[in-house]
Design a binder for this molecule. Structure first.
Ligand code: PMP
Length: 384
């Protein structure tokens, strides 16, 4: 049988505690999550502002579907670019403080599109070793030379930049690292870009909506603005819906519209999603109380996690990983929480480096202080 080899590989993964399996959810994405028929208190979603189940966004989606139907029916460049797509792009550009913006169907596709659309053979891409998988795949797709530097090691990056000769230079970085929760030193990165005439692609999947004035993201958090920065953020996390956008100079956006395969050769996302996202963007900008509450919960969690045998990683964001180390031990801890009605995913290699398996705890403005206390009590009990 041609599949015997595949099954052996899967069995081996399973024996090492590395088999990935899905679980079916039958509730909306809220902290009270119903998984395979059982209710859990969840600390695993990226719905950082608690918007994924917001009634105003749901009704915007419904109205959008009533007005524009369900499917876009074509790629943006053919006849699938609808009024709400156009309006949303204008609003996102203004919100990000950039001249123009472009919608993509997912963040994964946005990263593929930006890197492949802007650089190619003869160019060089520089990347933090802990960047998201979509940026890593994007670099391979682009056929540019790839230079990866140690996590947040600006001295090594400076050396690599200085050694690089002709061609375009693009530094790609997660603003908030998805499995660690810490941030990239964006001011230093921008300074290096200026010194070496490079561009900076900032993937703000986990900062958009959460950080900065009105949730404008990591650039606002650091007070940064430069035409060299190509800003990308996802819309399926804090924005609570789906999709992603890139905001940049008009020439960059026009180049992507012409060159980015993951933009050109794919059906546009449903226009009703853009209607929902316009409503979400308004809530992100207006409802500072969601961010204030989230930041209070982060402080409560960090204070309460002291004294546990697992290392709390340095993070001020909604991503608060607890480092366990061993794969099976991380899985066992996740299962023990599950037995207590709490859902926290264990993240294992290759998503994180070998020996650094962890519980990836994420907080949402939809959590209450009592929810966080319940998680803390369970962890302290398990540590005893
Ligand atoms: N970049 C980062 C840093 C991410 O964490 C993710 C999602 N895990 C993505 C990009 C991909 O975004 P999407 O889920 O919209 O494809």
């Amino acid at each position: 049988m041609p599949f015997t080899e595949l099954q052996l590989e899967l069995d081996e993964r399973c024996a090492r505690g590395l088999l990935r399996q899905r679980r079916t959810v039958s509730s909306p994405q809220t902290p009270e999550l119903v998984v395979e028929g059982k209710p859990y208190l969840s600390f695993s979603s990226n719905d950082y502002l608690g918007l994924a189940n917001h009634p105003d966004i749901i009704s915007a989606l419904q109205q959008g579907a009533a007005e524009y139907g369900v499917g876009a029916g074509a790629a943006h460049l053919v006849c699938g670019h609808f009024t709400p797509h156009e309006q949303l792009e204008c609003e996102l550009a203004a919100f990000a403080g950039k001249p123009a913006a472009l919608l993509f169907s997912t963040g994964y596709m946005a990263n593929l599109g930006v890197v492949q659309g802007l650089v190619g053979r003869g160019d060089t891409v520089f990347a933090d070793k802990l960047n998201h998988a979509s940026l890593n795949d994007a670099m391979l797709l682009s056929r540019a030379t790839v230079q990866r530097y140690r996590h947040n090691d600006m001295a090594q990056l400076a050396v690599l930049l200085a050694q690089t000769g002709r061609g375009r230079k693009l530094i790609c970085v997660d603003a908030v690292f998805s499995m660690d929760g810490d941030m990239a030193p964006l001011p230093e990165l921008l300074a290096l870009c200026v010194a070496h005439d490079a561009w900076l692609l900032v993937d703000d999947a986990h900062g958009f909506g959460v950080l900065g004035h009105q949730g404008r993201g990591s650039l606002s958090h650091f007070g940064l603005s430069s035409p060299r920065i190509i800003y990308m953020a996802t819309l399926g996390k804090a924005a609570g819906v789906s999709g992603a956008f890139v905001a940049a100079e008009q020439a960059v956006i026009d180049t992507l519209i012409n060159n980015a395969h993951s933009y050109v050769y794919t059906t546009a996302s449903p226009p009703a999603l853009a209607c929902a996202l316009r409503q979400s963007l308004q809530l992100i900008a207006e409802e500072d109380r969601r961010r204030a509450h989230l930041h209070q919960l982060i402080a409560q969690l960090r204070t309460g996690l002291h004294g546990l045998p697992w290392q709390l990683m340095p993070s001020d964001t909604a991503i608060q990983p607890l480092l366990v180390g061993d794969n099976q031990a991380a899985l066992a801890l996740s299962m023990a929480l599950r037995a207590r009605g709490i859902w926290v995913a264990a993240i294992r290699p290759p998503t994180v480096p070998a020996g650094t398996a962890r519980l990836r705890i994420t907080l949402s403005a939809a959590h209450t202080e009592d929810d966080v206390s319940r998680l803390l009590e369970a962890l302290h009990e398990l540590a005893r």
